[in-house]
Design a protein around this ligand. Structure first.
Ligand SMILES: *Cc1c(COP(=O)(O)O)cnc(C)c1O
Length: 456
């Protein structure tokens, strides 16, 4: 029974993966159609598992987006390395509860080894603390939670004991082009978005360090958190992190870096210069499911202040004590208690790629983004709006919002590749993000040709 069920799942998965290069990249069916295929009354009696699996896979297929394939350039989405996907399967079957070391020594050990390697790859101090969460937004949340509580503690206020009511004001400072998820995290932490002091950004979306110095000096003293960014979601640009850290630390502020995808530049000798100074920040949020290409979901929250980190996220109860051993308990570093073994696929992604493979993955994506941007920029009526410093390119057609929207819609219908739109400096643009391990030069070229056809 098990064997038949899992063999069938493996077949369906292999067929899906093999079909990816030829499949239209966007979904073929919309929500209503998919719900109709799934819907009907709640069954009274259970169905045979193999039949249920087959029927479910068939119903879902037209609604699947082929971001696991080589020509998906929307948002910033990793393709999923096959070895990491296979590991994710095993992890599901193992069904470990990776909260306490006692609940899964395997899960705890995989985390500890992966943590050491991740810190090394990202160029961060080896004594940092790290928690595996669901994504970049939750990583931002976790880091800023540690930041909030620590900065308050230094100001003589114990949030963990007394909460936020009656707390002194805390300054939150962020670049004008900070990611939307940073504001979501701040809101969940009790900081209204209107309270965020915005620092002017330059034409590429980089926070201006001189403006930050002015803001820090201008609005009086007090506990503060400065939120910087490694990798703008539109342009890929990096805030000047060394200058930001120096200015913020000079003013006694905590520096948080949102590096959901951009922090991975640190793993490439060729792109490492972009994150210079990042290692002196106080916390960092990044994703495994973006550039590392582990399957969804995997976010990574890192701080240089393990005591503050753990104090902010741990819980204690008599039944949770684990004989007082020195071992690390995974749940103490994340907002969740019970959770899956997120480090299992991370570990296998790191061992199957290796240091060189990860650097190569980053460099290859950047080179392909540059290649696509340069071909597009050479075509009549096409403009690239950003300096392509990383894996992101913004492209505008006919210097018109309407034309650009139309080209994006046509590209999505055509199905050769998938791109989304954005608004940059008041102009609508096509957004190209090359973040998948499997994209090749022929994939990039075929996609550019589809874009030019749609524009022509
Ligand atoms: C994607 C992204 C996030 C949010 O990450 P999720 O994994 O979607 O939660 C945050 N910041 C930046 C810069 C991003 O690109």
């Amino acid at each position: 029974m098990h064997r038949e069920l899992f063999r069938r799942a493996a077949q369906l998965a292999a067929e899906y993966l093999e079909g990816l290069p030829a499949r239209p990249v966007g979904a073929r069916a919309a929500r209503e159609e998919l719900m109709a295929a799934l819907g009907g009354p709640l069954p009274d009696r259970g169905e045979d598992p193999v039949a249920a699996l087959e029927r479910f896979a068939r119903a879902m297929d037209p609604g699947l987006v082929a971001n696991a394939g080589p020509r998906y350039f929307g948002f910033v989405v990793g393709a999923g390395l096959p070895a990491a996907m296979a590991t994710e399967w095993l992890a599901s079957v193992w069904n470990q509860n990776v909260s306490l070391n006692a609940l899964s020594p395997a899960g705890a050990a995989a985390e500890e080894v992966a943590i050491g390697w991740l810190l090394e790859l990202l160029g961060l101090p080896r004594d940092c603390s790290l928690g595996f969460v669901t994504g970049g937004q939750t990583a931002n949340f976790t880091c800023l939670l540690a930041a909030r509580n620590e900065v308050y503690r230094r100001a003589g206020w114990d949030v963990e004991r007394d909460g936020l009511a009656g707390a002194p004001p805390l300054r939150i400072i962020a670049g004008a082009e900070a990611h939307v998820s940073l504001f979501a995290a701040l809101r969940m932490l009790g900081f209204g978005t209107a309270r965020v002091e915005s620092v002017e950004a330059d034409g590429q979306g980089r926070m201006k360090a001189a403006e930050l110095r002015r803001v820090l000096a201008g609005n009086g003293k007090g506990p503060a958190i400065v939120c910087a960014q490694a990798g703008n979601v539109n342009t890929g640009a990096f805030d000047p992190l060394a200058e930001i850290v120096e200015a913020a630390h000079g003013a006694g502020a905590w520096v948080h870096v949102d590096g959901a995808f951009g922090l991975w530049a640190a793993a490439s000798p060729r792109h490492r210069h972009l994150v210079a100074g990042a290692d002196r920040a106080d916390s960092w949020a990044t994703d495994g499911h973006k550039w590392l290409n582990v399957p969804y979901d995997c976010g990574i929250a890192i701080t240089a202040h393990p005591r503050a980190h753990r104090a902010a996220t741990t819980a204690s109860a008599s039944y949770l004590t684990t004989a007082g051993g020195p071992e690390r308990n995974p749940f103490e570093w994340v907002p969740e208690a019970s959770r899956r073994g997120r480090a299992f696929p991370v570990y296998v992604a790191l061992t199957t790629l290796g240091r060189d493979g990860i650097a190569d993955l980053v460099d290859r994506c950047c080179a392909l983004a540059a290649r696509m941007a340069s071909t597009l920029a050479g075509a009549p009526g096409v403009r690239v709006l950003n300096e392509v410093v990383l894996n992101q390119a913004l492209v505008r057609f006919g210097d018109s919002d309407e034309k650009t929207r139309e080209v994006i819609a046509r590209v999505q219908r055509d199905g050769t590749c998938w791109v989304g739109g954005t608004t940059w400096k008041g102009m609508h643009a096509m957004r190209i993000s090359v973040s998948g391990w499997s994209t090749t030069e022929p994939d990039a070229d075929a996609s550019v040709q589809a874009m030019l056809r749609a524009a022509g």
